[in-house]
Write a protein that binds this ligand. Structure first.
Ligand code: SF4
Length: 292
């Protein structure tokens, strides 16, 4: 464990030294709480931010507040562009994401991706909690590589950590974490788009559960779907353990193939989503005019 901690700190130090200003996109998930602790513990000059989609579970807001009190590192919170969300809601309704995959991706764009773009603007690097074992297609991930979609360096200090390492660190250093992990919630995403899962249940069951499995991705990481079977097997084994550890393993399923968070969406897909939102708006407007 010490070797992995030292390696992670070395990557964080590289971000500070070689790619200033560096920032950390804190999703408040388990990995990101480890990174929060490492950054604070080592006094690293890395700006930390979270995205408040406006639809997060209460437990995530509780953790956000707890982080503020627990650490001396400020957590900047980015909110969606109100005009973009208002436009989306006007066209699709407050829960329009249940209507279609396209609608869901449009909501993710307005509430997650656009704010991320603002958060990363002007930064030299961003740090994420991505790990190799989260998906078979992440086997080629590097500790440090250039993120062409967002135009800055991307560093993954926990690349070689296992899920067990993450939770061992959290327990060893008494790191705050989202209590939903103890309740079989596979994701720390938005409340209306995530439900709890039961041990042995399909790993995709809790995320955007109303969608067909083949649609459960943002369009960026479609190739990750090839790893679903393997991850399902991993989950099935993990879920045989006690409730706590099973819940923690379930929690990792949020990053399984085909369930990538929108923060890693390609610029091409983003533009397609934005354009599609506009197109739909025009179509609805024209239809309304025709009816009138
Ligand atoms: S996860 Fe759901 S509520 Fe959150 S941004 Fe995506 S579609 Fe919207």
């Amino acid at each position: 464990m010490k070797q992995k901690i030292d390696q992670a700190v070395a990557v964080l130090q590289q971000a500070v030294r070689d790619f200033p200003p560096a920032c950390f996109a804190n999703s408040l998930g388990a990995e990101d709480m480890v990174l929060t602790d490492l950054i604070a513990r080592h006094g690293l000059d890395i700006g930390m931010f979270s995205l408040d989609t406006g639809r997060l579970p209460q437990q995530t807001y509780d953790l956000m507040q707890e982080v503020r009190g627990h650490y001396a590192v400020p957590l900047q919170v980015y909110f969606p562009d109100s005009a973009l969300v208002e436009e989306y809601v006007a066209q699709h309704g407050i829960n329009g994401f249940y209507g279609s995959v396209e609608n869901r991706k449009g909501c993710c764009f307005a509430r997650k991706v656009e704010p991320l773009r603002r958060a990363l603007a002007g930064k030299g690097a961003w740090v994420t909690g991505m790990r190799r074992e989260q998906a078979v297609t992440r086997g080629t991930l590097q500790f440090s590589s250039f993120d062409t979609d967002n135009g800055l360096q991307k560093l993954n200090p926990l690349l070689d950590w296992s899920n067990r390492d993450v939770w061992a660190y959290i327990r060893e250093y008494d790191v705050p974490y989202n209590k939903l992990h103890d309740q079989f919630y596979p994701s720390l995403g938005c409340a209306p788009c995530t439900r709890s899962v039961t041990p042995g249940e399909d790993i995709r069951a809790g995320r955007w559960w109303w969608e067909n499995p083949e649609n459960k991705e943002c369009g960026l990481h479609a190739s990750h779907s090839s790893g679903t079977s393997r991850e399902a097997r991993v989950f099935g084994v993990s879920a045989q353990g006690n409730v706590g550890s099973a819940a923690h393993d379930v929690g990792r399923s949020q990053n399984l193939p085909g369930k990538e968070c929108s923060l890693h969406v390609s610029s091409t897909s983003l533009e397609a989503s934005r354009i599609r939102i506009r197109e739909i708006s025009v179509q609805v407007h024209d239809a309304q005019k025709a009816i009138a």
